[in-house]
Design a protein around this ligand. Structure first.
Ligand code: NAD
Length: 293
């Protein structure tokens, strides 16, 4: 039985680690706040009080942390304490250049590092149905297949180290733009007094249909912005895609506008809400609601 050390047991990492337990892995978890580690132990995993304790006997190390500095800090410890040959799979969404840099550093210490950001949200994590975009070597990708199969449904190697994060940045661009336009459509339909539930049903069956509409639409109508995917994390991702587009010399005019709207939502104190709270911002911009909640 392979031991998987799982670091970062939040909204996504918690259910992913639980699915690895269900798939038969020996999972040893670590999180900054203890209660999440204890939740994993209650689910059949084991609890570690430090990164070192989690990784020293593991064959695979998985991380699911908020941002690039968090991954840098945790992987520094992983690189110091993991056994040579260990597969290190970072599921977090971070900067592509940082992912490539960490993969090179890990390789220098005899570790095999993959960037493997995911899409599919909390429900996708719970259902083991994530889309996983992987950067790294063919060989390491093949070796990680049993882990990917336990947490994901669509798993694709998209190129060398860092490429997974580049594709994830594109994913976040599309999701942000889609939510913004859905929010504008809902505010528009409501302003005309049309039945919004009926409207979303028929929109969902046509070319305007999307996974975003299907999964976020009902909660948006109910003004339920429980996260899910927090505005502050999407703000981080829009920073990643904006910088990476600039580096590549391409322009993303609509993406840049949506990035500003998400930044505004965060600046107004809504960073902890689900990203579908863009609806509240659009309503406020239209003078229809005084605050998101
Ligand atoms: P989260 O904040 O719920 O989870 C992150 C966890 O990491 C927290 O439990 C936190 O305590 C822990 N942590 C932070 N620093 C740590 C450290 N140094 N040592 C140990 N534990 C530490 O965030 P999340 O929503 O699970 O997102 C995690 C990553 O996945 C982010 O990069 C995010 O962009 C990405 N993502 C999230 C979603 C989503 O729908 N929530 C979907 C796809 C990708």
């Amino acid at each position: 039985m392979t031991t998987v050390a799982f670091i970062g047991l939040g909204i996504m990492g918690g259910p992913m680690a639980a699915n690895l337990v269900d798939a038969g892995f020996d999972v040893i978890g670590h999180n900054r706040s203890r209660e999440k580690t204890e939740r994993l132990a209650a689910r059949g995993g084991r609890a570690a009080t430090s990164v070192e304790e989690a990784v020293r006997d593991a064959g695979v190390v998985a991380t699911m942390l908020p941002d690039s500095p968090d991954v840098r800090a945790v992987l520094a410890e992983v690189f110091a304490h993991a056994r040579p040959g260990t597969l290190v799979i970072d599921f977090s969404t971070i900067r592509p250049d940082v992912a490539a840099e960490l993969a090179a550093e890990g390789a220098g210490r005899g570790l095999r590092v993959l960037d493997a950001p995911v899409s599919g949200g909390e429900q996708g994590a719970i259902d083991a149905a994530l889309s996983i975009m992987v950067g790294g070597t063919e060989e390491d990708f093949a070796a990680a297949a049993p882990v990917f199969d336990a947490v994901g449904r669509t798993v694709v190697r998209v190129g060398p180290a860092g490429a997974g994060q580049t594709v994830k940045a594109a994913n976040q661009l599309v999701v942000a733009g889609t939510i913004e336009l859905l929010a504008e459509a809902i505010v528009f339909i409501e302003a005309h007094g049309v039945d919004t539930e009926a409207a979303l049903k028929v929109l969902g069956g046509g070319l305007a249909g999307s996974a975003v509409l299907e999964r976020k639409g009902p909660a948006m109508l109910a003004r339920d912005f429980t996260p899910g995917f927090r505005v502050e994390l999407h703000d981080k991702d829009m920073g990643i895609v904006t910088a990476a587009a600039r580096e590549a010399g391409v322009v993303i005019p609509l993406g840049a506008a949506v990035a500003q709207l998400i930044a505004s939502l965060r600046a107004q104190g809504d960073g902890g809400l689900d990203h579908s709270a863009l609806l509240g911002l659009v309503a406020r911009l239209s003078g229809q609601e005084k605050s998101a909640l």
